[in-house]
Design a binder for this molecule. Structure first.
Ligand SMILES: CC(C)(COP(=O)(O)OP(=O)(O)OC[C@H]1O[C@@H](n2cnc3c(N)ncnc32)[C@H](O)[C@@H]1OP(=O)(O)O)[C@@H](O)C(=O)NCCC(=O)NCCS
Length: 250
């Protein structure tokens, strides 16, 4: 049963993995680096394959095995290898504290909270950001900021970084000043979801128009700033915790 669900998810994610491999191949070609190194830098495969956050200079045994298989296979077999590997690995660790679609991560000794969003609500054949679901999302945020107040009373600042800040449908869930603070960061990491997430719809299928725009833009891939070829730029946002409390009435 669990395996069937994983297999279904692997099939859903086929398109997502395919575009990420194409992107990594383009980076590897332009930089003359191994494909697996490019995958570590510009795809979220390390996390998606259940291996957690990459980094720290050492490569996990799991990644070494995946990378070895990837390098040895011809191009046409790389996607299947990735999906097979996905099937063997445990599901990604979900944030231990989740408030529906939201979670947070305390940073800077608890002075900063970083917001994360992932879809946990496709009910009724509607995505989580549909207007009809805005009140649900706001209740989740109200609960989350109640939790922040109890467990991180010293938190002053809220930060986020995502393509989602381009969308009014996302910004309307937050205090207006937080949405208005959005800015283009100097650098954008591509080993998470902050840019890659825009490829997906709420069913985890790839959005064809976004895929095409990305592939078209890849002709002008700049290896010093690869995030610039995404149709939407991941934006940063910052606000005062106090503003959030006032906004949600907590
Ligand atoms: C966020 C996510 C659910 C959006 O998928 P979706 O199928 O577009 O979902 P929804 O229908 O809920 O969202 C649609 C809303 O966003 C808007 N939207 C979504 N993609 C858009 C795009 N490319 N351009 C303009 N608007 C867009 C829609 O117009 C709609 O707003 P509206 O209701 O005011 O019309 C999906 O991309 C996802 O799960 N991504 C992975 C998670 C992620 O990116 N997390 C960020 C981590 S930093």
């Amino acid at each position: 049963m669990v395996m069937d669900a994983r297999r279904e998810q692997a099939e859903r994610l086929r398109g997502y993995f395919e575009v990420q491999l194409l992107f990594a191949e383009a980076m590897a070609e332009k930089t003359s680096r191994p494909l697996s190194d490019a995958c570590l830098e510009v795809t979220n495969l390390h996390r998606r394959l259940g291996l957690g956050r990459a980094g720290g200079g050492t490569v996990s045994a799991g990644w070494a095995r995946y990378a070895d298989g990837l390098e040895r296979r011809p191009r046409a077999e790389r996607l299947d290898w990735t999906l097979d590997f996905f099937l063997e690995t445990p599901p990604e660790e979900s944030a231990s504290l989740r408030f529906g679609c939201f979670s947070y991560e305390p940073q800077d000794a608890g002075q900063v909270v970083r917001i994360h969003f992932s879809n946990r609500d496709s009910e009724g054949g509607q995505g989580p950001l549909a207007r009809a679901k805005a009140e649900r999302r706001i209740s989740e945020l109200r609960e989350m900021f109640g939790h922040v107040r109890t467990h991180h009373p010293g938190a002053q600042t809220v930060r986020g970084g995502s393509w989602l800040y381009n969308l009014e449908a996302y910004r309307r869930l937050f205090p207006p000043d937080y949405g208005a603070s959005r800015f283009e960061p100097e650098r954008v990491r591509l080993d998470g979801t902050s840019s890659w997430g825009q490829l997906l719809d709420f069913r985890e299928s790839v959005k064809p128009a976004v895929r095409q725009a990305l592939l078209d833009n890849m002709r002008h891939l700049d290896i010093a700033a690869p995030w610039k070829v995404f149709p939407m730029r991941a934006l940063g946002a910052q606000g005062a915790v106090e503003d959030f409390r006032r906004f949600y009435g907590g």
